[in-house]
Design a protein around this ligand. Structure first.
Ligand code: GDP
Ligand code: IMO
Ligand code: MG
Length: 426
């Protein structure tokens, strides 16, 4: 019987999912991305090299691991080709990539609409990555999108022409620049030819793999608090990031995930707009940003930084059935005298210990902190949990006790091997 594990961002993204997926992919037969697109930026560091993946699953470096971009994803063909080219130039074959025939395509008109929507929202903007993610998922739900099976078919030019006529009306309404069919169709046809050999029925592939007892890793993108249903709406992404996304996004069925590993950054970061109760708009936030190199992988925007938020984490654990935790970037907290952890919120005198539905309410939630003692020793090369400074261990144990889920891995640096394993789970 094969194992399957979901690696899931438990906060607002950038928790270190790429690093951990790559680390665990040694034992996987398949790594699957099930949602999102190139709004993701997953950094992987090994053998002195750094790679930033946006679309391709983080198992790609090992040719024996099949990497599936499943039906729940939205894929920009141009961005895909660029990413594959970068990897091939770096010496990786990329022969292990499979793309779902049901995945949706991101076209230039989606990028233009993303830009126009954000512009129209003015100071209410979401702060998207401007990769066309929202407009592509909008089209999927409105049944006006195009899927990979059509993109790589001989009918593409005709289908694209009709689609563009319709989408250009929306672009014009918003005052944007319509996309020229003649100028773009040839490039898209070339991209379709490039991708055609990789496009396949991944639903069947995944079903067969499960029957054959293969080990499967699901690689979440974004973080649970950016989920379209459960996140701090409307400041969210447009997909189901949470564990339910694996079902609709791959066709694995509701018994397809055995364990859910929540990737939890030792503090909190957020890119883009939206409430952030524990944000530190002061020298502490600046220090975390500099020490943790907290700048977006995709947009290079400075990330907003703050203290760990346990009400939000408990909520994330509940909605995702998180069974174990990997605590990342613990090394970034080295050198703080005291470290705050938010245990609950105070909302107009009322105690709240979950994430409220309304972003407006969340904005008014005042974090109540426990103050933990820090440590000063460098932990970046420590290989066993027992060797961590006592206060670093206490920090981990405090979190475990508060949320009731074991921390099975601790990450102490960006490199693949700066990882402490407390319990093997895959
Ligand atoms: P992802 O989107 O969840 O894959 O995370 P990102 O790659 O966007 O952001 C995480 C950043 O932290 C990257 O620059 C990683 O190289 C880095 N990183 C991952 N784990 C650790 C860690 O334990 N310590 C430090 N210092 N950096 C880490
Ligand atoms: P990874 O996988 C952090 C955020 C954007 C914005 C909101 C909506 O690297 O963790 P979108 O372009 O998706 O419509 O933007 O979601 N966002 C991310 N923040 N990490 C990500 O991915 C993100 N992907 C989207 O900043 O607030
Ligand atoms: Mg990222």
């Amino acid at each position: 019987m094969g194992k399957s594990l979901l690696i899931l961002g438990s906060q607002w993204g950038d928790e270190g999912k790429g690093k951990i997926t790559n680390y665990l992919s040694n034992k996987a037969d398949i790594v699957i991305r099930y949602q999102g697109g190139n709004n993701a930026g997953h950094t992987i560091v090994f053998n002195g090299h750094k790679y930033a993946l946006r679309l391709i699953p983080s198992g790609v470096f090992n040719e024996n691991v099949k990497c599936i971009m499943a039906n729940g994803m939205v894929i920009n063909p141009r961005a895909f080709k660029e990413e594959v080219s970068e990897l091939i130039n770096a010496g990786f074959s990329c022969k292990n990539i499979y793309i779902s025939d049901r995945a949706h395509v991101i076209f230039d008109h989606h990028l233009e609409l993303d830009r126009l929507n954000e512009e129209a929202l003015g100071d209410k903007k979401i702060g998207t990555t401007k990769k066309g993610i929202g407009p592509a998922y909008t089209d999927k739900i409105a049944r006006t999108g195009m899927r990979m099976c059509d993109f790589v078919s001989v009918d593409f030019p005709e289908l694209y022409k009709n689609l563009l006529e319709f989408k250009n009306k929306q672009i014009k309404d918003l005052g944007g620049t319509p996309i020229d069919y003649e100028k773009t169709v040839k490039e898209y046809m070339d991209l379709a030819s490039y991708m055609r050999p990789m496009v396949t029925d991944t639903v069947k592939m995944i079903g067969d793999a499960r029957k054959e007892g293969k080990n499967i890793l699901f690689e979440g993108a974004q973080g649970a608090l950016l989920d379209i249903d459960f996140g701090s709406y409307p400041y969210v992404t447009s997909s189901n990031v949470t564990s339910g996304g694996t079902i609709s996004g791959t066709g694995i069925g509701c018994h397809g995930v055995d364990e859910v590993l929540g990737i939890v950054k030792s503090y909190e970061t957020r890119v883009g707009e939206g409430a952030f109760p524990t944000e530190q708009l002061n020298e502490i936030g600046d220090l975390i940003r500099e020490r943790g190199h907290e700048y977006g992988t995709v947009t290079h925007r400075p990330r907003r930084c703050g203290f760990l938020d346990l009400p939000a984490l408990k909520y994330s654990i509940q909605i995702n059935s998180i069974t174990s935790i990997c605590l990342t970037l613990l090394d970034v907290l080295t050198g703080f005298d005291k470290i705050n952890v938010c245990t609950h919120y105070d909302y107009k005198g009322e105690r709240i210990d979950t994430l409220p539905a309304s972003d407006r309410v969340l904005r008014e939630c005042k974090p109540v902190y426990a103050k933990l003692d820090g440590w000063s020793e460098d932990i970046s090369n420590i290989k066993s949990f027992e060797d961590l400074p006592v206060n670093a261990r206490k920090y981990v144990e405090f979190i475990e006790k508060e949320v009731g889920v074991p921390v099975v891995m601790v990450s102490t640096g960006p490199d693949k091997y700066q990882t402490i394993i407390r319990k093997e789970i895959f």
